[in-house]
Write a protein that binds this ligand. Structure first.
Ligand code: IVH
Length: 700
């Protein structure tokens, strides 16, 4: 059924209510779930997250535990279907079921309790735990050692025949020696996925070719399985992990699976047969506590893993016990999915604040109703620029879908227009600098840039951002002097621009609430140290538009004092390899502004050394350099210099610093207490090993 605007609004409102309360009405829940299935499967445009859907689904299942509540047309009474036209439908040898879910350690304990109920309180059993891949399910049938059929999950009973496509996936063996294990016919289950790096590359290529990009790796994988041309499948970089032998018989038709006894061992066999298994990522556990620990450790590692996983699957390891537990129409009782914390949520866009950055760019920041997501509470989300707001057609008051992957900053995936009441307000980007409205400074947009900028560089808001950047690790790296100190000292009236940082009154700081002699002295020491920072750092710390770390380094090598740049022409910049006209124009513009030159004077008066230092000088690399063309690695504690200093010295003599011992390493400098790296390098026999003294001697 198609839903009218009014109906959609009502159902979305109802969903929100139901998510926050326990609803007892089965019919309401069924209509809500039907609506969300329609949005997801028919329109391909979900208006709630998967987790929210799961939660509604579970509420219904709980109600249905009372048989009076069970309706034959309930969404729980079917396994969802992804059957497609254009493919032949094939029947699975055994049904492809879903999995029950566990969201925390208590749910795992409950799962364990249920199994003990079935198997007996004293039953001893093990669990296998392995990643739950987030891709497209696949079923592979092997007969007489040959791959004869591959199918999608479909509706669980029947799937699309995708044999030709599966044959294009290199990690699926076309031939596997099942006969070694007396197996003449087997059905395997697995998940087809895309490596995260390949996914990013494919999307970049699609974007530059003007094609639509994939919303996520799962869509790219499931779409990949259903392509009409197997050659295109091969090109998509799909890989298939196998996670289950669902069926295996010998030539008499006897069930071999029972003879294999353990799921964990069956995975060993699959590995031996050449299948791709999550081998290092699985574990055989003796208790549910051990399972919980492993699952939580993977929750923390999830982002760093090469493939998208949305949880861990816990399986009773013994096949005979699995059979005793049986299954519901929806999922086996002997397995469950420990779902990781959601990366998506829906919330309301309440307001937009416009913030000014260090080069005057205006960044719109969405203020949303606080919502818990992947371990943190989110209330502010950057909207990047005006184009982003227009593209997503965002309105104040909109219900928005937000996402956060690991440490990655949260972002707005989309607005949900179906949830609009009509009271939403279009977001308008300001024409004048929103920081000091009474100044009436018109914002400007440089051609080719999405950001609007405030050209009024004497605005205190920009100075604040520039000071925060100046002291940061990325710039002058003034230890112990972070954002909050900059804000505090600015509000005390002590800081107007970056030059004031070097003329602070430490006595006054010591008297501030929360400070004291010790912390004031610490700040002083860091600032004094920064006064002798290399020129490349100082240049970078000035917040010149487009001037990054690398370009600062390349430019600093060519000058003896920062003010030399006041006389530079475009060609002086562009003659340097890797420096383009955009950087040149921006640096020239900065140095042609009298106010900036006066700022440099103040910095110098306050003790900052603006001349070139040893570290800025270009490395004198010719074939006579002592370490020319050699790779070098420092290990252990160096006594006469810091690690960084030693690396710079080595670089200046032609060496390339690398970070690991391998056959590519030429020289290892072993300081005090050198450990495994020294051992490994010695064992290789090809690495020249130097003491710190020998290294220094060679560089003299
Ligand atoms: S076992 C009968 N193990 O998750 C048990 N499933 O919600 C069947 N999945 O459609 C599943 N990784 O495609 C199992 N290590 C894993 C898995 C896994 C991903 C998928 C599978 C299934 C869905 C179940």
């Amino acid at each position: 059924m198609k839903y009218s605007k009014e109906e959609q609004k009502t159902l979305i409102d109802l969903s929100k209510q139901v998510l926050n309360t326990d609803v007892k009405d089965v019919e309401t829940l069924i209509s809500i779930l039907n609506f969300h299935e329609y949005k997801y499967y028919i329109e391909n445009n979900p208006v709630i997250t998967d987790t929210e859907y799961d939660s509604l689904f579970h509420q219904l299942r709980r109600l249905e535990e009372d048989p009076d509540n069970l309706r034959p047309y309930s969404p729980t009474q079917r396994v969802s279907s992804d059957l497609n036209e254009g493919f032949t439908t094939v029947k699975h040898i055994t049904p492809m079921l879903s999995l029950g879910n566990a969201y925390n350690l208590e749910d795992l304990q409950e799962f364990d309790k249920q199994l003990k109920k079935i198997l007996g309180e004293d039953a001893r059993f093990k669990y296998t735990i392995e990643p739950k891949f987030d891709g497209g399910s696949i079923a592979l049938v092997y007969e007489n050692d040959l791959l004869v059929r591959a199918a999608t999950r479909g509706n669980g009973q029947e799937g699309d025949d995708i044999t030709a496509n599966a044959k294009a996936i290199k990690s699926i063996p076309l031939k596997a020696a099942f006969s070694k294990y007396n197996i003449v016919k087997a059905e395997l289950r697995g998940e087809t996925v895309i490596h995260k790096t390949i996914f990013d590359q494919k999307n970049q290529a699609r974007a530059s070719a003007g094609q639509t990009i994939f919303a996520n790796a799962r869509n790219a994988a499931t779409g990949g399985l259903r392509m009409k041309d197997p050659a295109e499948v091969a090109d998509r970089g799909l890989e298939t992990f196998i996670f289950q032998i669902a069926y295996a018989i010998d030539k008499e038709g006897n069930d071999i699976l029972m003879q294999l006894r353990s799921h964990f061992k069956s995975l060993d066999i699959l590995t031996a047969l050449g299948f791709k298994i999550a081998d290092k990522e699985r574990k055989l556990c003796n208790s549910i506590e051990e399972v919980g620990e492993f699952a939580e450790s993977w929750q923390a590692k999830r982002e760093g893993y090469s493939y998208e996983i949305d949880g861990m699957v816990v399986k009773l390891d013994d096949f005979a016990m699995q059979e005793r537990c049986g299954m519901t129409s929806h999922h086996p009782r002997w397995a469950t999915a420990f779902k990781f914390k959601a990366k998506q949520a829906t919330t309301t866009l309440e307001n937009v604040e416009f913030q000014v950055g260090k080069v005057g760019s205006i960044t719109p920041v969405a203020k949303v109703s606080p919502v818990h997501l992947a371990g943190v509470t989110i209330s502010s989300i950057s909207l990047h620029n005006e184009e982003f707001i227009l593209q997503k057609d965002l309105h104040l008051g909109d219900t928005v879908l937000i996402e956060r992957a690991g440490d990655v900053i949260p972002y707005i995936v989309k607005a949900i227009p179906e949830a609009r009441t009509g009271n939403e307000v279009k977001i308008t980007f300001p024409e004048f600098c929103p920081i000091n409205i009474e100044d009436n400074v018109a914002l400007i947009q440089t051609e080719g840039e999405a950001a609007w900028r405030c050209p009024n560089c004497s605005c205190g808001a920009q100075d604040l951002q520039r000071m925060i950047f100046h002291v940061s690790k990325d710039a002058m790296d003034i230890d112990g002097f972070g954002k909050s100190n900059v804000e505090r000292f600015q509000s005390e009236g002590w800081l107007r621009d970056i030059s004031d940082i070097y003329a602070l009154d430490y006595e006054a700081i010591a008297k501030l609430d929360g400070f004291g002699q010790r912390s004031a002295e610490k700040i002083k020491a860091s600032i004094e140290k920064a006064k002798h920072n290399p020129l490349q750092k100082i240049l970078h710390s000035l917040s010149i538009h487009h001037l990054g770390k690398k370009a600062s380094k390349l430019i600093a090598q060519e000058i003896t004092h920062i003010k030399d740049l006041a006389n530079w022409k475009t060609e002086d910049f562009t003659d340097i390899k890797d420096i383009g006209p955009v950087v040149a124009d921006n640096v020239i513009e900065w140095f042609s502004n009298e106010k900036n030159l006066a700022l440099l004077d103040r910095l110098e008066q306050n003790g900052l050394d603006l001349s070139q230092k040893e570290e800025d000088k270009p490395a004198v690399i010719d074939e006579n350099s002592i370490f020319a063309g050699k790779t070098i690695l420092f290990t252990g504690t160096l006594k006469q210099m810091g690690r960084k200093e030693a690396q710079t010295l080595a670089e200046r003599h032609g060496a390339k610093n690398i970070s690991a011992v391998s056959k590519n390493l030429n020289i290892l400098v072993a300081g005090e207490k050198a450990g495994s790296k020294l051992k490994k390098a010695t064992a290789l026999g090809t690495v020249e090993i130097l003491s710190e003294e020998e290294f220094i001697e060679r560089t003299q």
